[in-house]
Design a binder for this molecule. Structure first.
Ligand code: ATP
Length: 283
């Protein structure tokens, strides 16, 4: 079976505080985009779970989030696997704040649900996914949603009006644990207006959503990286983006466009910055 694993963007991301269990309470408006990995799942009769990807530096064993999802699925189903090959063709940049690994895990859960003719509700798949990672439940659902708690408390939202997305993953990566550790001691300049963004979604107001996009993790980035993300956002706005922000713990910056021509111009400009640049659409 072949299945797509779509990347996600955080239209807004707010950290509400640290919890006694060490996790942070978050509030995020999430959006799926067409940029996706392609997974192929094939039954084998070796009794083994084997994972392969086109990127040599990704784990090809049980540390791969796609493999962890399959193991959690079998645990939940109380079955012994006959054997499975998972092949992942990666297109989503890695360590980019775009949920690539989480989306691969969610795709495996959806695929196994079909291949094994189980038809479990998405809620149950999301519950299994939460054992793999906090972003997996959202990736199971996809679309436009409000994610709270660690990210696993989901409320579906009216879909973001279709638009073009230009994004750039600079060549450096960000350590997610380090950024979470830092966020508690940083004085936040600004907080996203998630309520306003939800109201704009309800009104079908793309520009209203785009105007309210903001991610508090930008304030926790080291100076050089923060400046780089700011440069990318400014370029996107100068090229006509309705709004621009950073996704997840970064460093990917993205902008939303209601014109394909302007989006194409932005893609060209961002290519001068280096890194990985994509023009894609919302799902
Ligand atoms: P998020 O937005 O959820 O924080 P991210 O974009 O920052 O995710 P990912 O690309 O999902 O980060 O993966 C980060 C880590 O997960 C890497 O260290 C990578 O080695 C590991 N990993 C395990 N499985 C996968 C997978 N299938 N795809 C990508 N990374 C994977």
């Amino acid at each position: 079976m072949e299945i797509k694993a779509h990347a996600k963007l955080n239209l807004t991301l707010d950290v509400l505080g640290k919890r006694p269990d060490g996790y942070h309470d978050l509030r995020m408006v999430m959006q799926s985009i067409e940029l996706a990995d392609t997974l192929t799942l094939t039954r084998n009769d070796t009794g083994e779970l084997r994972v392969g990807t086109n990127l040599h530096f990704l784990p090809n064993n049980e540390r791969n989030l796609a493999a962890q999802a399959a193991l959690r699925w079998w645990e939940r189903e109380n079955t012994v696997p006959c054997g499975l090959d998972i092949n992942i063709e990666k297109h989503i940049p890695v360590c980019a704040g775009m949920g690539g690994g989480s989306s691969d895990a969610a795709a495996v859960l959806r695929a196994l649900n079909q291949m094994e003719d189980r038809h479990l509700d998405l809620d149950i798949l999301a519950e299994i996914g939460a054992l793999v990672g906090s972003d997996v439940p959202y990736c199971v659902m996809g679309g436009t949603a409000l994610a709270e708690g660690r990210g696993e408390v989901l409320t579906p939202l009216p879909p973001l009006p279709k638009c073009w997305v230009v994004l750039c993953k600079p060549e450096f990566s960000i350590s997610t644990p380090a950024l979470f550790a830092k966020i508690d001691s940083v004085r936040l300049r600004c907080r996203p207006d998630a309520k306003g963004a939800v109201a704009a979604l309800e009104a079908g107001d793309l520009a209203g959503v785009a105007r309210r996009m903001y991610n508090v993790f930008e304030d926790a980035l080291p100076d050089r990286q923060r400046n780089r993300v700011a440069d990318l956002k400014n370029t996107l706005i100068q090229c006509g983006a309705l709004g621009a922000s950073m996704s997840g713990t970064g460093p990917t910056a993205f902008g939303l466009f209601d014109s394909e021509d302007r989006a194409m111009e932005a893609r060209e400009k961002l290519e001068d910055f280096g890194g990985e640049v994509f023009l894609t659409r919302t799902v």
